[in-house]
Design a protein around this ligand. Structure first.
Ligand SMILES: Cc1ncc(COP(=O)(O)O)c(C=O)c1O
Length: 469
């Protein structure tokens, strides 16, 4: 059964969809963007034309023309009696990427593989035969890898034993396991606004309603709003990225950490702290981990940003009782973390200081290059320079980044429009730009951005920015 997108939901996702183009074209373009960046799924059924007319206060002719345009362009399939279904061209050919054929993909905040990775793979291959007598199913993680991860927390001043660690297939997998364990139907989950889009996907997949707490580059975490939401919505869990928040690059102050940890513990909300980007310090310096402020914090970690996204090794740090519950739930999703990758990860954990120093150097270069390029080519864009992480969260002030992403595709540049990071269509004027690329690629990307930014227009917006909930 295909998911039905209601007229109201589509209106919400569309946000500020109007542009200088005729209304039918602008509507079709925006629906196409929502499909391409994952806000609407391939296979989802659009509302009937009449329903969308009501939701958007548009004429039937406009909506019919928009649907017809999408059909002609191959993005919509209509069958009499069963409605109109979105189709992502390329899906049927088994392509995986949302940006097939992109020459330059700024939609992902990644960095190149750590130079020591190839040697770690070779070393693991040599060790591997010794493990072949084992049945190979490993739901908790190899003891020496868990011990090495525990040691990395102790090095940050946080007492941790191997029993507090479960190794997972990346942090995204860890988040899914934790969400499926801690969340029960009907409860709310608190997220930051903006937040990491695939966390929103995970929470949608368990059927959760989210409540949001604003994070801004000017004011940090809105503590008063967080407290209000924790009290009013009693969320079972809150998903936070205190260290180099994705996408803003912000870090929580010690006061913010203390305040949120205490409020959550008092009110029975479990803080799920994603530290996937926590080791990406450029020029900030050490901060105490969130788990230092409350024993109930569940922390997620990963080698994805530090070593390589393709390694697929992450972990959960939590109390033994929580990990025991996660362990009971885990076989429903997978039967363990691959051994070979764990051997590679064990070797890499020994090289932690080298890996962080290497990343820090590369990210500093990338950040400074990107800031320089943007200041020169797009001086009207408002940049706050982060002191860590992988990206800039740019306030374009007046560009529709959904329209920009669409235009960028035709130039071979993959971009994610701002609203993918928000709840309910917020952040239309924001753009996340990763700086983990080489100088030439950054220059090429900014060149394209500068060219298309003037084409998509900087006309004043007709609607106020969507309210932050
Ligand atoms: C904040 C955050 N959490 C989780 C992930 C996913 O991490 P992994 O590749 O370890 O699954 C990412 C990757 O982009 C991320 O930025």
């Amino acid at each position: 059964m295909n998911t039905l997108v209601t007229g109201r939901r589509l209106a919400r996702e569309l946000g500020e969809w109007r542009s200088a183009a005729p209304a039918y074209r602008a509507l079709a373009d925006r629906i196409r963007v929502l499909l391409m960046d994952g806000r609407l799924a391939s296979g989802a059924r659009l509302p009937a034309e009449r329903e969308l007319c009501t939701a958007l206060a548009l004429s039937r002719t406009t909506v019919a023309a928009a649907y017809s345009t999408l059909r002609d362009d191959g993005y919509l399939r209509s069958v009499r009696g069963s409605g109109s279904t979105l189709v992502l061209p390329g899906r049927d050919r088994g392509e995986h990427s949302l940006h097939p054929g992109m020459a330059l993909d700024f939609s992902k905040a990644t960095a190149p593989a750590y130079p020591g990775l190839a040697a770690a793979f070779t070393a693991a291959a040599r060790e591997m035969p010794a493990y072949l007598a084992h049945d190979g199913f490993d739901l908790v993680g190899r003891p020496d890898l868990r011990e090495a991860i525990a040691q990395s927390y102790r090095d940050r001043g946080l007492p941790t034993s191997a029993d507090n660690i479960m190794v997972t297939i990346g942090a995204q997998h860890a988040l899914n396991l934790v969400a499926r364990t801690l969340y029960s139907p009907g409860e709310r989950i608190m997220v930051e606004q903006p937040t990491y889009p695939h966390a929103l996907d995970t929470f949608a997949s368990v059927g959760a309603r989210v409540v949001a707490v604003p994070v801004t580059q000017q004011g940090g975490w809105d503590l008063a709003e967080a407290l209000r939401q924790i009290r009013r919505a009693a969320p079972s869990m809150a998903f936070l990225m205190p260290d180099f928040h994705n996408p803003t690059g912000m870090s929580m102050s010690v006061h913010e950490r203390e305040y949120l940890a205490a409020a959550a513990q008092r009110e029975g909300t479990v803080l799920v702290v994603d530290e996937t980007t926590a080791q990406l310090d450029i020029d900030r310096g050490e901060m105490p981990p969130m788990a230092a402020f409350s024993p109930t914090v569940v922390t997620l970690g990963s080698l994805g940003k530090l070593a390589w996204g393709g390694l697929r090794i992450g972990w959960i740090r939590a109390g033994r009782d929580v990990l025991a519950q996660v362990l009971r739930n885990r076989p429903a999703s997978d039967l363990g973390t691959p051994l070979f990758e764990q051997l590679v990860a064990t070797e890499l954990m020994r090289q932690m200081p080298l890996m962080t120093a290497n990343r820090s150097r590369d990210l500093r270069r990338g950040r400074d290059t990107l800031v320089g390029l943007l200041s020169h080519s797009l001086p009207q864009w408002n940049i706050t320079v982060p002191n860590g992480g992988l990206c800039l969260w740019v306030n374009t002030e007046s560009t529709s980044t959904s329209a920009l992403a669409l235009a960028a595709r035709t130039e071979g540049l993959g971009l994610v429009p701002g609203p993918r990071f928000g709840v309910d269509g917020a952040f239309e004027r924001f753009l996340r730009l990763p700086f983990g690329y080489g100088d030439d690629q950054l220059a090429e990307g900014v060149g394209i951005l500068a060219r298309i930014n003037s084409q998509v227009g900087t006309e004043p917006l007709r609607l106020p920015l969507q309210a932050v909930i």
